[in-house]
Design a protein around this ligand. Structure first.
Ligand code: ADP
Ligand code: MG
Length: 451
């Protein structure tokens, strides 16, 4: 069922574009496929009942619509299970299509994410070399190893590759991979449990008796001092004992605003490496590799066509190849050709344009909503009544139009791109913590829909 997995990745990719960054990481991404039944029902599991309710309340329609778009007639319904329901389901049904190997407790690493499957090019050769060195000699060379780079450029793939390598060649080492959320949740849970001292020492045992600790997407670290403090001590203890720490982030330590200085300086003690967008040759090589691994029959022309059109996000690049292959497969062609590729892309652009707003419309909507003037919102005033709408407008333009930060800066009186990034990040965080901001955003989006 590798195919369903690929299609699921396409669904995720689309959802990623249509919900906020934080919601995606918190609720959508952790969903796991448990089963795909004979009557075309997709059974998904969540990490908690809370997460299940959150999805049902806020994202279920979107999830279902996008899944229908991608799976077409192959989907009748979607069901979401919380952990207990999942256990019961698995007991009762022993699902035939146990798809997600990552749910396998024994190996938390995706078997597809290996060094062998990672295509090396100019954009990633140093990070690759550093990751291999760390996998071969954990704790000896670069500690911590800090990998950063934009969405879909291979951070998680590299972390899992290190994990898979160590499991194979050094099976005695204790290794743990967590996302920043998992770390935070684990820690919070240890605090709220009935027997505090016991569960706190359990937490410490779990995180401090390791040979290798990997934390993915550290940019989501919360401002809460206690979490950062715990992480700081974990970090120190591991490092002092020569244990390896590997961290990933979408930006370098100095740009993670929520990060305390002492952690920031710890992160800078080892090696910091960035992943850049792949050049054309690397994109072609990645697509060829995928064809080879999945046994896709695809015309050479299709490969170059896709590689020319998608130039930054590798997840999107691979997703598009799968989509093209599927379109051709659906109508029984032996090999996907350029027409299938064109068709796959025409969908993509239609979707984007449908109901899309312009930056001006977004600014107008925000001005109307908060009853402020366009001149103020794009101008220099610093009072709260203006600053908050301004940041929300910036956030919305970035999220809905994926407009580069520099261009957004120009719309707002020539502001610097770091100022724009700050505004965007602030709102991204606030959506998570403030109901008020969340409501603002969803109401403005609603307004824009009816434009
Ligand atoms: P990130 O964690 O940086 O957002 P991922 O590691 O999840 O990105 O990568 C996104 C997708 O792109 C995955 O399917 C991954 O296998 C693929 N990918 C990224 N870089 C490479 C590469 N150099 N070679 C092959 N596949 C890659
Ligand atoms: Mg990742």
């Amino acid at each position: 069922m590798q195919e369903l997995n690929d299609l699921w990745n396409i669904i995720l990719e689309k959802l990623e574009l249509s919900v906020s960054n934080v919601s995606f990481v918190m609720w959508i991404k952790p969903l796991k496929i448990i089963d795909y039944t004979e009557d075309k029902k997709l059974i998904l599991s969540t990490k908690s009942t809370f997460a299940k309710n959150q999805i049902l309340r806020g994202y279920f329609d979107k999830l279902k619509n996008i899944s229908k778009e991608v799976l077409g007639e192959n989907l009748e319904d979607i069901e979401i299970l919380d952990p207990q329901e999942e256990e019961e389901y698995v007991k009762k049904n022993s699902p035939k299509t146990k798809i997600s190997e990552t749910t396998n407790q024994k190996n938390p690493f995706d078997p597809e994410f290996t060094f062998d499957n990672f295509v090396v090019g100019k954009c990633n050769q140093y990070v690759y070399a550093a990751s291999r060195a760390v996998a071969e000699n954990p704790g000896k060379k670069y500690n911590p190893l800090f990998i950063y780079g934009g969405v879909g450029l291979g951070k998680t793939h590299l972390l899992h590759s290190i994990g898979n390598y160590i499991r194979e060649y050094k099976p005695n080492l204790k290794i743990k991979y967590v996302t920043c959320e998992q770390f935070t949740n684990d820690y919070i849970e240890s605090l709220s449990s009935a027997s505090k001292t016991k569960s706190n020492s359990e937490f410490r045992n779990k995180y401090r008796n390791l040979d290798v600790l990997m934390v993915d997407d550290i940019q989501f670290i919360s401002k809460k001092t206690s979490t950062q403090e715990e992480f700081f001590h974990t970090f120190n203890e591991l490092q002092q004992n020569g244990k390896q720490i590997i961290i990933s982030s979408d930006r370098p330590p100095k740009e993670i605003e929520t990060l305390e200085d002492r952690l920031r300086s710890r992160f800078t003690m080892g090696l910091i490496q960035d992943l850049q967008s792949p050049d054309f040759e690397t994109r072609v090589a990645i697509l060829r590799k995928k064809c080879q691994l999945e046994k896709y029959q695809v015309d050479e022309e299709v490969i170059t066509y896709i590689a020319e059109k998608i130039d930054s996000n590798i997840r999107e690049l691979k997703g598009m190849l799968t989509k093209v292959y599927f379109l051709s497969n659906l109508i029984g062609k032996k090999s996907a050709d350029i027409n299938d590729a064109r068709e796959a892309f025409s969908d993509k652009y239609e979707e984007k344009n449908e109901g899309a707003s312009t930056a001006d419309q977004i600014i107008d909507a925000v001005c109307n909503y908060f009853d402020v003037s366009k001149r103020d919102i794009t101008g220099k005033k610093k009072n709260k009544e203006i600053v908050e709408p301004r940041m929300i407008a910036i956030y919305l333009i970035n999220e809905m139009l994926e407009m580069p930060l520099v261009s957004i800066g120009k719309l707002f009186g020539g502001r610097d791109h770091t100022t724009i990034m700050h505004a965007r990040d602030k709102i991204t965080l606030e959506i998570k913590t403030s109901k008020k901001i969340k409501t603002f955003i969803s109401e403005i989006k609603q307004m824009l829909k009816s434009v």
